[in-house]
Design a protein around this ligand. Structure first.
Ligand SMILES: [Zn+2]
Length: 95
């Protein structure tokens, strides 16, 4: 076994534990929601989703979920409208 190859695998395992090293610039996914699939994309700090809610609010449960899934890999966070901030606070306290 080549020690240099072992080093590559060890570095890959280390990097996988450090997601903040990764900055997503573009992303497109098919999100399986409860009522069907939605295409969700991210391009240069701008999210989009084809669902009806996103069309009205510019944010939706799919983009909010993706932001939670990706964590530090998406450095620019979505701005929650005040009513969604209140909803998030209510969820946080278990309402
Ligand atoms: Zn959506």
């Amino acid at each position: 076994m080549q020690s240099s190859l072992i080093g590559k695998v060890q570095k890959a395992k280390q990097y996988a534990q450090e997601p903040e090293r990764v900055r997503i610039e573009q992303l497109a996914v098919r999100f399986q929601g409860e009522n069907g699939d939605h295409k969700v994309s991210y391009d240069g700090a701008k999210w989009s989703c084809e669902c009806h809610f996103f069309a009205g609010w510019g944010i939706c449960c799919h983009t909010m979920a993706m932001e939670r899934i990706l964590g530090a890999m998406v450095p620019t966070k979505q701005v929650y409208p005040e009513s969604l901030q209140q909803a998030e606070a209510a969820v946080a306290v278990g309402a």
